[in-house]
Design a protein around this ligand. Structure first.
Ligand code: UGA
Length: 428
């Protein structure tokens, strides 16, 4: 099929590359000349494992094309909107980019039937608004239908998540649009769920809100454990054996970050308030997430052994360079205010953090260099390379053998044996 994808962020570019890899012709539209030029040369701009290879392969095979203009809309059977929907001050999802793009699509629609589908996470009712815009700005004889086709990929494992999806959700009032989307998604694993527009939009928010709730619940239990000398991992391991509950996505830590959970929980609260729904539970999820970060900060403020901090992990999770709503930002801001000196290490996210903090913090090229002469080490992101690092060497390089681990990477009894003072989350 011929498809156009508008937006080339984590969702847009991954989706484009995967569909191109399946043999489709994919046109990607962006609005920054410099970025489009980089993409044309095979530079994905963002870091996502495996993305560069799949991008280069499909450029070579002439299955993926990048452009600033909307000409490809006329050639495309399906158009996906994958632009950002960042939160406004009041938590509402900012849909400016979605509506702007919808207008541009409308003006460029051809004579054939076109499906216009939002893959961006948008509040329930947005696709109806997109439909109104399409009707208003499209040429008289154009034929189109809107569909909601939310994306469930995670950064860091985006390509595998797209190909081996748990489910593909397609919501539309048009049978023809549903059939075309089913055809495009055929090679993708996972159950195909066909539903109405509003339900499809709500499925995405419900999934993210549920996952965020699981994390906040795990963090809440970690607070109980810290006050009672219980071990949160032991508690959740046993609780998770109950098949009705499960252990997946119940890992406590320094709170969830990223471009999705914080923004989507906020947007769901905003929509709920507009619909006169009591959003108490979701507000608690948000509050506990902040408490998780605050709790870790207070531990560092209470038990630190000096002003020099080594910090491992800046990205909001491993295998990405994304720092949007990363807990590291909250911690760095607050620690700098308290007069700490920070030397940070992250395999991918340094460049992005530098845009915020510049030379207010120092950066290291490797984890060992970061801990040299530091009074303590803070671990904020569980990159694989920290899991089996030479802890004896880390101990020798640190001025004091103290680790504050916000991701529970190490076994507390082993750390004790190695001579560390080890503070983790919800464990003695
Ligand atoms: C999340 C969802 O998992 C995807 O299904 C969804 O498509 C995506 O949002 C989106 O809406 O676009 P993502 O934010 O990329 O994906 O990454 P996750 O793996 O979900 O992690 C989010 C945050 O939760 C990270 O900060 C992670 O450290 C934290 N987390 C995750 C925990 O603190 N504990 C856990 O048990 C799991």
């Amino acid at each position: 099929m011929k498809i156009t994808i508008i937006g080339h962020g984590y969702v847009g570019l991954v989706t484009a590359c995967v569909f191109a890899d399946f043999g489709n012709i994919v046109y990607v539209i962006g609005h920054t000349k410099e970025k489009i030029e980089r993409l044309k040369k095979g530079d994905p701009i963002i870091y996502e494992p495996g993305l560069k290879e799949i991008l280069e392969r499909n450029i070579q095979a002439k299955r993926i094309f990048f452009s600033l203009d909307y000409d490809s809309i006329k050639l495309s059977e399906i158009v996906f909107i994958t632009v950002g929907t960042p939160p406004k001050e009041n938590g509402e999802a900012d849909l400016t980019a979605v509506f702007e793009v919808a207008k541009n699509i409308a003006k460029n629609l051809g004579n054939h039937f076109t499906v216009v589908s939002c893959k961006s996470t948008v509040p329930v009712g947005t696709n109806k608004k997109v439909e109104t815009i399409l009707k208003k700005y499209s040429p008289k004889n154009s034929q189109f239908a809107v569909a909601s086709c939310p994306e469930f990929l995670r950064e860091g494992s985006a390509i595998a998540d797209t190909i081996y999806a748990d489910r593909v959700v397609i919501g539309s009032e048009s049978k023809k649009a549903i059939d075309m989307l089913l055809k495009l998604h055929e090679p993708i694993e996972g159950r195909k769920v066909v539903t109405d527009l509003a339900s499809a939009e709500l499925i995405k928010y419900t999934s993210n809100a549920m996952l965020a709730t699981k994390i906040s619940f795990a963090n809440l239990i970690s607070f109980y454990c810290e006050k009672t000398d219980a071990d949160v991992e032991a508690v959740l391991d046993a609780v998770g054996l109950d098949k009705r509950i499960g252990r997946v996505f119940m890992y406590p830590g320094v709170g969830y970050g990223g471009s999705c959970f914080p923004k989507d929980v906020m947007a769901m609260i905003d929509v709920g308030k507009k619909l006169n729904i009591d959003t108490l539970l979701l507000e608690a999820v948000e509050k506990i997430n902040l408490q998780a970060k605050e709790n870790f900060l207070q531990k560092v403020l209470k038990f630190n052994q000096g002003k020099k901090i080594a910090l491992w992990g800046l990205a909001f999770k491993p295998n990405t360079d994304d720092i949007r709503f990363a807990p590291s930002i909250f911690l760095i801001e607050n620690l700098l205010k308290k007069g700490f000196e920070i030397t940070a290490y992250d395999p991918e996210a340094k460049k992005n953090i530098e845009k915020i903090f510049g030379n207010k913090i120092k950066y290291s090229k490797d984890p060992y260099e970061a801990v040299k002469n530091a009074d303590q080490l803070l671990i904020i992101t569980e990159w694989n390379e920290f899991k089996q690092i030479d802890l004896q060497k880390v101990k020798k390089l640190l001025k004091k053998p103290i680790i504050f681990d916000g991701r529970n990477i190490y076994d507390p009894s082993l750390m004790k044996k190695l001579g560390f003072k080890y503070y983790s989350v919800g464990r003695i």
